[in-house]
Write a protein that binds this ligand. Structure first.
Ligand SMILES: Nc1ccn([C@@H]2O[C@H](COP(=O)(O)OP(=O)(O)OP(=O)(O)O)[C@@H](O)[C@H]2O)c(=O)n1
Ligand SMILES: C[C@](O)(CO)[C@H](O)COP(=O)(O)O
Length: 377
């Protein structure tokens, strides 16, 4: 893929979920603690430069759940909703788009990567599974004939395309289409097949929710990591802690901004990923990191987690010092960490303890911090 390639995702969530029943449209129902739509959107974090989420016009207030997505109102059928999403990307520097059903919340990083990779050699690419059951034609309660299944596939999403080509194909298409591959093919675009996955099922019927819950429960990959860091005091009038400048009669010394608490949090995430530590990704011997805002390090660790298909469940930071007092600043620290990590503040804990005047923290020689992070895929 050339250097100018920029991917976006259009995630369509404007349907009514009539077949799934349950009162609430299926994309707003919870699946192992998160809504279906949140799971689908989270799957694309770190995979694309932009996410467009298409919501039902009566549900635009749900946009607040998706601070990192551009939200547009959908249309009367799936194709109309997709077109609204594609039009939101027109004129941007996006070159390729992955169109995904919000109703497929278990899409994996591998399937997304396979579609992206196939687009290097084809105008379109889509995941699918070969049909394995025998196929019959039936009616009036009896089998009326058999159907050769060779060469037949079950289509999944995300279906990926060159943006301009699929936009034009949608505009030219007249009638009803099952999916975007049908629309692309009607416009003469070639669509490459990539392997789909059983777990990339579409929630369609009431019983599909229990199946998806079972898949999540049985295969959930939970990783835990911890981080620890120390910085010594030196001259200064404030210390940086969790991205907040806390006034103090001393500063913390370090190659970067010496945000000891954010370093511990960052290392906890790298630790959960078995991905080294800050020093490996941002060597102190490299002058470009001198005085660096530690938010850069934390954002990098968060994006590494997303690239590997993990979401951060929660993080817990403990700052160890006699002074400055952390309590009055803890809420601001939590809010700043939430902003950098693009995570709900309720999943971030910032607390502090003294060491009862014992040891180097007790003597006021420096500040220590430790953190734990839990990542889930
Ligand atoms: N007007 C529509 C119809 C469908 N979709 C989206 O297209 C995807 C696949 O459609 P489907 O499973 O058929 O969803 P629904 O239309 O919601 O389901 P039903 O047909 O059972 O009402 C879903 O993520 C759905 O939200 C959409 O964005 N806009
Ligand atoms: C797009 C799709 O999910 C690919 O399998 C499918 O075509 C949607 O079909 P539906 O009839 O709208 O459920």
């Amino acid at each position: 893929m050339s250097d100018g390639t920029q991917f976006a995702a259009v995630i369509v969530a404007a349907g009514r979920g009539e077949r799934a029943g349950g009162g609430t449209p299926k994309q707003w129902r919870a699946l192992a603690g998160k809504t279906v739509a949140q799971r689908s959107v989270a799957a694309f974090h770190g995979k694309v430069a932009q996410i467009v989420l298409v919501l039902h016009p009566s549900e635009m207030h749900r946009a607040e759940l998706f601070p990192n997505a551009q939200v547009v109102a959908g249309g009367a059928n799936r194709a109309a909703s997709v077109l609204r999403g594609l039009e939101a990307l027109e004129g941007s520097d996006i070159t390729h788009v992955l169109i995904h059903d919000a109703a497929r919340p278990l899409v994996s990083a591998q399937v997304i990567d396979a579609v992206k990779a196939a687009l290097a050699g084809s105008a379109g690419a889509a995941p699918a599974l070969p049909v394995t059951d025998a196929l019959w034609r039936g009616g009036d309660g009896v089998v009326q004939g058999t159907q050769n299944r060779s060469g037949l596939f079950r289509a999944q999403t995300p279906q990926g395309f060159a943006l301009q080509a699929i936009l034009e194909a949608h505009r030219a298409f007249d009638g009803d289409a099952a999916d975007d591959v049908e629309i692309a093919r009607a416009a003469g675009l070639e669509v490459a097949l990539v392997p789909g996955e059983e777990r990339n099922m579409k929630l369609t019927w009431p019983e599909d929710f229990a199946r998806a819950e079972a898949m999540l429960g049985g295969e959930m990959d939970i990783r835990m990591g911890n981080g620890f860091d120390v910085h010594r005091f030196g001259p200064g009038d404030h210390v940086m802690l969790c991205g907040v400048a806390v006034p103090h009669d001393r500063g913390l010394q370090g190659h970067s901004d010496a945000d000891v608490a954010m370093h511990a949090a960052t290392d906890a995430i790298y630790g959960a990923l078995a991905d080294g530590d800050i020093g490996r990704h941002f060597p102190p011997s490299d002058p470009q990191w001198k005085g660096m805002d530690s938010a850069t390090f934390l954002a990098h660790a968060v994006s590494r987690a997303a690239e590997k298909g993990f979401r951060i469940s929660n993080i817990d930071v403990t700052i160890i010092c006699e002074r400055p007092k952390i309590g009055p600043h803890a809420a601001a620290m939590q809010a700043r960490m939430a902003e950098i990590m693009e995570l709900a503040a309720e999943r971030i804990s910032v607390k502090a303890t003294t060491s009862e005047r014992l040891g180097f923290t007790g003597r006021g020689e420096g500040i220590a911090a430790q953190a734990s992070a839990v990542l889930i895929k």
